[in-house]
Design a protein around this ligand. Structure first.
Ligand SMILES: *Cc1c(COP(=O)(O)O)cnc(C)c1O
Length: 344
């Protein structure tokens, strides 16, 4: 099977398994796990923050961040196609007891300064006040768009002028950094916290990092415990995470594969393909007369797995375990599906 559903499907390589087996460990709830401490140090440095926290998932990292930044009842300014809003079970309402105010991020999935100012609510007797702005880079629902550093800066600065902190969901932060050829810390310069996933393009089996100031991370550590995310000898899973950080240097290979894939798909009549900026390729299947579900089903029969991403939109995601040959096979399979539809 060629599995292009997500970059989460990678399995740990030999170096990660060895690192896990050999990891020095301790009780991380007591902050005695040296491997977790090392991972947190390295992660904080990479994104230019004072400190970082190892969390079981990206979702938990985002949810902790919202909880720490806000007070109960406040509003969170949130881009309407963002993961935190769309794909985390409305967790903000449950875990942070905040109200979301969705704002349009336009084609690039990044709210303009005007949109942020328009969405801001000042606290008074009748209004709860805005407690946080959340942003996302790369933008998953928009097709892995890599938002430029200046636009992230502008959004976060606008929020700061209103006394509102900014959190960046950087599940695929290193993909965005690779696309812009900047260090990851350039993308986080103006935000107050960032979450990035070790378990996606970087290829670790488990875990994400949440970074911010020392005081932010100290509070995040308490909230992680509250959410049931305090882990004991977590060095076993932090060690592959440390190995995974090195994979940030090879993400351009995944991006190259995505470009190749998009070229191949674009040549298939009836398929409308969005030009990729990172490792995600979105394609529209309506021109083939197929729903996304039917397209995915037909492709699966030919040994290729992709994700339904809307009624007639599918997502292909390249990653560590997909080589050039896999991309060529995927394109062949799509050509066969399209040809079969035409015959019918
Ligand atoms: C995957 C993803 C998350 C959540 O990460 P999990 O580890 O799956 O919980 C958050 N934000 C974005 C943009 C993602 O793609």
């Amino acid at each position: 099977m060629i599995d292009l559903r997500s970059d989460t499907v990678t399995t740990p390589d030999e170096s990660m398994r060895t690192a896990a087996a050999d990891a020095a460990v301790g009780d991380d709830v007591y902050e005695e796990d040296p491997t977790v401490a090392e991972l947190e140090r390295r992660a904080a440095d990479l994104v230019g923050f004072e400190d970082a926290l190892f969390v079981p998932s990206g979702t938990m990292g985002n949810q902790i961040a919202v909880r720490v930044h806000t007070e109960r009842g406040q509003e969170v300014l949130i881009e309407e196609e963002s993961h935190v809003y769309k794909w985390e079970l409305g967790g903000l309402a449950q875990h942070a007891q905040v109200q979301t105010r969705t704002i349009d991020g336009g084609e690039r999935g990044i709210p303009s300064p005007d949109a942020i100012r328009a969405g801001y609510v000042a606290e008074d007797l009748h209004r709860p006040g805005t407690g946080l702005l959340t942003l996302e880079n790369s933008h998953n629902s928009k097709g892995g768009i890599a938002i430029a550093p200046e636009r992230i800066d502008a959004a976060a600065k606008t929020a700061h002028d209103l006394d509102v902190p900014g959190h960046l969901d950087g599940a695929r932060l290193f993909n965005a950094a690779t696309a812009h050829d900047v260090p990851a810390e350039r993308l986080t310069r103006e935000v107050d916290s960032v979450m990035f996933c070790l378990s996606k393009g970087l290829g670790a089996p488990v875990g994400s990092m949440l970074a911010g100031s020392e005081s932010f991370v100290a509070e995040a550590r308490r909230v992680r415990k509250l959410f049931g995310g305090g882990m004991r000898q977590a060095g076993i899973i932090a060690a592959p995470g440390l190995e995974a950080l090195a994979n940030r240097h090879r993400l351009d290979e995944d991006h190259e594969h995505a470009r190749l894939l998009a070229e191949g798909l674009a040549a298939v009549e009836g398929l409308a393909v969005q030009e990729p900026e990172t490792n995600i390729v979105l394609a529209e299947t309506s021109g083939l007369g197929l729903s996304a579900a039917a397209f995915c089903g037909a492709l699966e029969e030919r040994g290729v797995l992709v994700s339904e991403f809307g009624e007639t939109t599918v997502r292909f995601c390249t990653h560590l375990d997909i080589d050039r040959e896999g991309i060529e096979q995927a394109v062949d399979a799509v050509e066969t599906v399209a040809a079969t539809v035409e015959e019918q």
